[in-house]
Design a protein around this ligand. Structure first.
Ligand SMILES: *[C@@H]1O[C@H](CO)[C@@H](O)[C@H](O)[C@H]1NC(C)=O
Ligand SMILES: *[C@@H]1O[C@H](CO)[C@@H](O)[C@H](O)[C@H]1NC(C)=O
Ligand SMILES: *[C@@H]1O[C@H](CO)[C@@H](O)[C@H](O)[C@H]1NC(C)=O
Ligand SMILES: *[C@@H]1O[C@H](CO)[C@@H](O)[C@H](O)[C@H]1NC(C)=O
Length: 321
């Protein structure tokens, strides 16, 4: 079920500036996915639907009204009111019909989970590719491509039967094919156009260092946190001086306790305009000592001041920190 595992974490890859922001910020292929997740339990269905432009969710489905929710003003693209109503009607019918299909025709006995992913991809130079994948209970069941449904071996007899039935229904496969080969590519063009400002924005990362749970006696785990940035490509590496720490193409580093000093985390991102962020690891014991020293000094000063009523001294001391 790889296709449902939307990457949640930023891709960390080596390479550097030249890889960041190529294709004007758009990855190839540009894709749109419709995801459906339905559960059947105790004679009733719950459907959830969402639309994703690449990894950005742009649409969701309003279950109570049976309408499409546009998450951005530009999510609607250039489709007319008429076309929008036709699409919504199509999805409403689809949700109703497929309930009956799985329960009455394929005789699934509840409770069960159904996941459907419809993808269309625009490849530079190679046109469009559209396909649908269906999974039941988290395992591949059948797929649709080139106007034909094909069962996955692990779908067994039910998948075979489902494909035989669906392939006989010419009106249904034609409509599915039209959605993938006409509606979806038009939507991709509209989203690329209308969402340009949003998709090409640059947001600088927020970064900080911390230590993670100790990986073993005498070892420390140093963690370099990088968050809130856009777009996704980012490069994070632990360095000592100018030297990259080998095998650390990720944000955590396992080091012997004595060797943390002198390490730094280096972050490259397209929003930084070539100015890498470098965060130096400050040994926590040293930070702790400095804090302790400051607290002791302040306490002494306060005691002194109570005795000497030196009210003008405190602000000067504070401002020198
Ligand atoms: C199943 O649904 C019926 C009616 O909708 C309800 O009365 C019953 O409590 C439900 N059972 C369970 C186990 O949720
Ligand atoms: C979904 O539809 C209902 C009924 O029309 C409406 O009250 C609700 O605000 C809608 N929800 C969203 C998130 O648009
Ligand atoms: C679908 O058709 C295209 C060309 O029409 C072909 O290249 C591709 O292999 C076909 N895919 C499947 C799964 O049949
Ligand atoms: C969508 O409509 C806008 C104006 O309404 C137009 O400028 C734009 O070119 C259209 N985009 C496409 C892909 O047709």
């Amino acid at each position: 079920m790889l296709f449902l595992l939307l990457p949640l974490l930023a891709a960390l890859f080596p390479g550097g500036d030249s890889d960041v922001g190529k294709n004007g910020g758009f990855e190839d292929p540009v894709s749109f996915h419709l995801l459906q997740s339905s559960t059947y339990n105790n004679h009733s269905w719950v459907h959830q639907g969402s639309g994703w432009f690449g990894e950005l969710q742009t649409h969701s489905w309003n279950r109570s009204s049976g309408t499409i929710i546009f998450l951005y003003p530009w999510s609607r693209g250039n489709i007319s009111n008429k076309e929008l109503m036709d699409l919504e009607r199509l999805f409403q019918l689809y949700f109703m019909n497929h309930q009956d299909f799985y329960i009455s025709q394929l005789m699934f006995k509840g409770p069960f989970d159904l996941q459907v992913a419809a993808d269309c991809e625009r490849h530079s130079g190679k046109g469009f590719l559209g396909f649908v994948q269906v999974a039941i209970q988290g395992s591949d069941f059948m797929s649709f491509q080139n106007e034909t449904w094909s069962p996955y071996p692990m779908g067994g007899r039910k998948a075979q039967k489902a494909c035989n039935l669906l392939n006989l229904n010419q009106a249904y496969t034609n409509r599915k094919h039209w959605l993938l080969s006409d509606t979806c590519p038009r939507l991709i063009s509209d989203l690329l156009d209308g969402g340009k400002a949003h998709l090409q924005r640059q947001v600088k990362p927020e970064t900080w260092l911390s230590s993670g749970p100790s990986p073993g006696p005498g070892h420390k785990l140093l963690v370099c946190h990088v968050s809130g940035f856009y777009p996704k490509p980012v490069w994070v590496m632990w360095i000592r001086g100018e030297q990259e720490q080998l095998g650390t193409q990720r944000a955590t580093l396992d080091v012997a306790a004595g060797e943390a000093a002198g390490l730094a985390c280096r972050v490259k991102h397209s929003s930084l305009g070539g100015q890498d962020l470098v965060l130096h690891w400050a040994p926590q014991s040293a930070v702790g000592l400095i804090l302790l020293a400051m607290i002791v000094a302040l306490a002494l000063l306060t005691v002194l001041c109570i005795h000497l009523s030196c009210s003008s001294l405190l602000p000067i001391v504070f401002s020198s920190f």
